[in-house]
Design a protein around this ligand. Structure first.
Ligand SMILES: [Zn+2]
Length: 425
């Protein structure tokens, strides 16, 4: 090769390099963080395939593969979108040119990796940081207290997922050890959701449990889905049982039972329980002048009315307060079959035999102000949850996407449905 030719070819090389660097940064400029959320089940939106899925960082849609006949490749040509993330490896790819970003360039997109798969080195901030964070739109949010989308009927599961995300020993395990959970499909998906809920770097200050619930829906043959109402307590029982089975069989870990399971003394011997059902006295509402009398009962009295003694008090005690009574429709308000009795309790202290508990989460029936709730359909109930933010010492109400503070002293005024109490002494 002559000197001239060598210079030409070097120049051409440099020129190519310049163009490709410029293209790359032009492409990276098309990433639209404001539309990204990664909450949906990872399936190709064209082929419905669930393997080898890439996310388009321009429009937030998911596609299969990146070979020349793949949906991902075609999307890059048809829609002129060029930057994709592989959900398994968290590597970034430029299409249709089909090259992977080098790690140095990719590290400038680490904030996106943290949206897809948030990780925690320690829990210092979870236990100490009182600050509010801001999402990309400037909206303030409190990590850990994040609204969840309702796809039409899944407030029943949202309240349970919120409750479990606020049981400290379970939450801490799910935050710290995601790599241990790669074989546990159910617990692994709950871990991912909880890790997102506590992220201080959310692009959007709300999330959706779509990926977890699609998995639950297919595992239960749609018994629990995003689109059909179910009882929160049934969903809780299913979750606890199945998470327990999965952790025991995959990791020989019995943390779920050690957190939630207690024992009652029956005439036939001791029996394990996940949850205690408390029955309300049946009531007939009457008009006292213009005033509607709503009966009140103390939680301690409901507990004392249980026939069975608690033989082993669990670390976290769960009560189901049975309000629905199909045989006595007269008990409800406005023709509904929901018993409106007010259950009085002190959130800071509940004595159960020799133990003392404090309330950490309170699932309640929502009154009619929610647009999804209509009194015409008496079988339709809507649920919301009150959760304790221990670090800021305040209670928050989470009603699907809506999060707002609520006075501790007013918690009992709601129609309590499920309560989670933590043993403190
Ligand atoms: Zn796209």
């Amino acid at each position: 090769m002559t000197k001239r030719k060598i210079e030409d070819s070097l120049e051409a090389d440099t020129e190519r390099k310049k163009i490709s660097t410029r293209d790359k940064s032009l492409y990276l400029d098309t990433i639209n963080r404001k539309v990204l959320d990664f909450d949906y089940e990872k399936v190709c939106c064209v082929s419905l395939s669930s393997t080898n899925i890439y996310g388009c960082l321009v429009c937030n849609k998911y596609f299969r593969g990146r070979s020349m006949d793949s949906e991902c490749f075609l999307h890059s040509i048809n829609d002129d979108h060029h930057v994709f993330v592989n959900f398994d490896t968290l590597s970034f790819h430029i299409l249709p040119e089909n090259y992977q970003l080098d790690e140095q360039t990719a590290s400038s997109l680490n904030d996106i990796r943290q949206q897809i798969n948030p990780t925690y080195k320690d829990l210092k901030d979870i236990y100490q940081d009182t600050s509010l964070k801001r999402d990309l739109a400037g909206r303030e949010y409190r990590p850990g207290f994040i609204g969840l989308s309702n796809f039409g009927a899944n407030d029943y599961s949202n309240v349970i997922l919120q409750a479990l995300a606020h049981v400290p020993p379970l939450r801490d395990y799910l935050l710290l050890y995601p790599e241990k959970l790669h074989k546990t499909k159910l617990v692994g998906k709950l871990s991912l959701l909880v890790r997102k809920m506590y992220s201080p770097n959310l692009f959007k200050s709300h999330l959706s449990a779509h990926e977890l619930m699609q998995f639950v829906s297919s595992s239960t043959n749609k018994r629990f889905s995003l689109h059909h109402e179910s009882e929160p307590k049934d969903f809780l029982m299913w979750l606890l049982n199945n998470m327990h089975k999965e952790l025991v069989s995959e990791l020989q870990n019995n943390m779920i039972s050690s957190i939630f399971q207690g024992k009652v003394e029956l005439p036939s011997g001791k029996s394990k329980f996940w949850m205690l059902t408390l029955t309300l006295p049946s009531v007939t509402l009457f008009k006292d002048g213009a005033k509607l009398e709503i009966p009140q009962v103390a939680l301690e009295d409901l507990l004392a009315a249980k026939k069975y003694k608690i033989a082993k008090a669990p670390q976290f005690l769960t009560f189901y307060i049975k309000r629905k009574d199909d045989t006595q429709k007269i008990a409800g308000v406005n023709g509904s079959n929901i018993n409106p009795t007010v259950v009085k309790f002190n959130p800071s202290q509940l004595k159960v035999d020799t133990h003392v508990y404090k309330l950490i989460a309170n699932v309640v029936y929502s009154s009619g102000q929610n647009e999804n709730y209509s009194l015409e359909r008496e079988d339709q109930a809507h649920y919301k949850i009150h959760v304790l933010d221990e670090v800021r010492n305040e209670w928050l109400e989470i009603d699907d996407l809506k999060v707002k503070p609520i006075e501790k002293d007013l918690l009992f005024l709601n129609q309590t449905y499920l309560q989670f109490w933590q043993k403190i002494a």
